[in-house]
Design a protein around this ligand. Structure first.
Ligand code: UFG
Length: 324
């Protein structure tokens, strides 16, 4: 049994990990400012409402609870916003994370699991990434995440007891299969969420950002992964660290690619609604292909995805969106 601090545990990704932690023996405290997360998304453990930059509050909590591990999800995640307001991202994602890591080191929290992103690869040649693919983020969001990976790498080298796993998420989508948590953010730019909104009549049409890429149908290819499988990867990462595993950076995706048009077809089929779709110009900074190699996470964490099926991802996303 471990005592776990989950920053950002009321948000889209964090709430799925907390929801899965319900089925374990671990004890959970969520620390979240509820800026994008929701109180009712915390289905397990204690919720402490606080800002990540409120170091005193966080330190008080850490000293009171004596955590064994930290899952760190709190952060800003909207790529275009990071271009417009980079300092917000360097503050929320880099500065605040530095302070959090510092508190962990000072207070003997030696297992750290960090939500990183495939955005650290930027526009990789060929589009299929192993963990050795060179990192070259093309926006402040990706840079702030990569900077955190570097901090963790250096800290783990300097502090022999400190171990971390950074999971580089590919395109996370869907909602928990038990229907308890899902994506709520009204500012989401994610394809599957927006397509579900179109299918449910919450938006008039869906735009395809570019159909002149060099892919099988001209639209961008992504590796979509179900939230519950992503959540499982975090628990596997925790087990690995608790079992004496060493620090690692790992991709987290299925290794399957779908084009934007293929995703739209699945949403239309699963929903039974032929919503309006229009081709628009390319969106800045979209790599044509972004897919994961999955050998490392499968081997090291023995991670076994259960929902590697785009129809399931879409169905859970639709069911959730209908109830919102
Ligand atoms: N797309 C459309 N229309 C839309 C929305 C998206 O055509 O209305 C397209 C995009 O152009 C892209 C694909 O659908 O080709 C996927 O776009 P998303 O916005 O769903 O996801 P991204 O691949 O842009 O970004 C995601 C996460 C980021 C992360 C990135 C890299 O949102 O946080 O993957 O891992 F940085």
């Amino acid at each position: 049994m471990a005592k776990i601090l989950v920053t950002g545990g009321a948000g889209y990704i964090g709430s799925h990990i907390v929801n899965l932690l319900r089925s374990t023996e671990h004890e959970v405290v969520v620390y979240d400012d509820l800026s994008t997360g929701r109180r009712e998304s915390v289905t397990f453990g204690r919720l402490v409402v606080g800002e990540l930059e409120d170091i005193e509050k966080l330190e008080g909590l850490i000293q009171e609870e004596r955590f064994d591990a930290c899952f760190h999800f709190a952060g800003s995640i909207i790529v275009p916003e990071s271009v417009e307001n980079p300092l917000k991202y360097y503050n929320n994602n880099t500065q605040n994370t530095l302070d959090l890591i510092n508190l962990c080191v000072e207070n003997n929290i030696n297992k750290f699991i960090f939500s990183s992103t495939a955005a650290v690869y930027g526009e990789p040649a060929g589009g299929v990434c192993t963990e050795e693919t060179s990192t070259n983020p093309i926006n402040p969001y990706g840079r702030t995440k990569l900077m955190t990976e570097w901090m963790l790498q250096d800290v783990a080298k300097a502090h022999k007891d400190f171990e971390y796993i950074a999971l580089r998420y590919f395109n996370v989508a869907g909602a928990s299969v038990d229907g308890r948590v899902g994506q709520c953010s009204p500012l989401s730019t994610h394809l599957i969420k927006l397509a579900c909104e179109a299918a449910l009549g919450k938006r008039e049409e869906l735009l395809i950002f570019g159909d002149d890429y060099e892919t099988r149908d001209g639209t961008c290819i992504r590796d979509y992964i179900h939230t519950d499988d992503l959540a499982r990867a975090h628990l596997d990462a925790l087990d690995y660290l608790l079992g004496g595993g060493k620090s690692e950076v790992m991709n987290c995706g299925y290794g399957n690619g779908f084009t934007v048009k293929e995703v739209i077809d699945v949403v239309k089929r699963v929903s039974g609604v032929n919503f309006r779709v229009k081709v628009a110009p390319r969106r800045d900074g979209d790599p044509p292909v972004l897919m994961s190699k999955t050998e490392k996470i499968s081997k090291k964490l023995r991670w076994k995805p259960k929902y590697n099926d785009l129809s399931v991802i879409v169905k859970t996303a639709l069911d959730w969106e209908r109830e919102l």
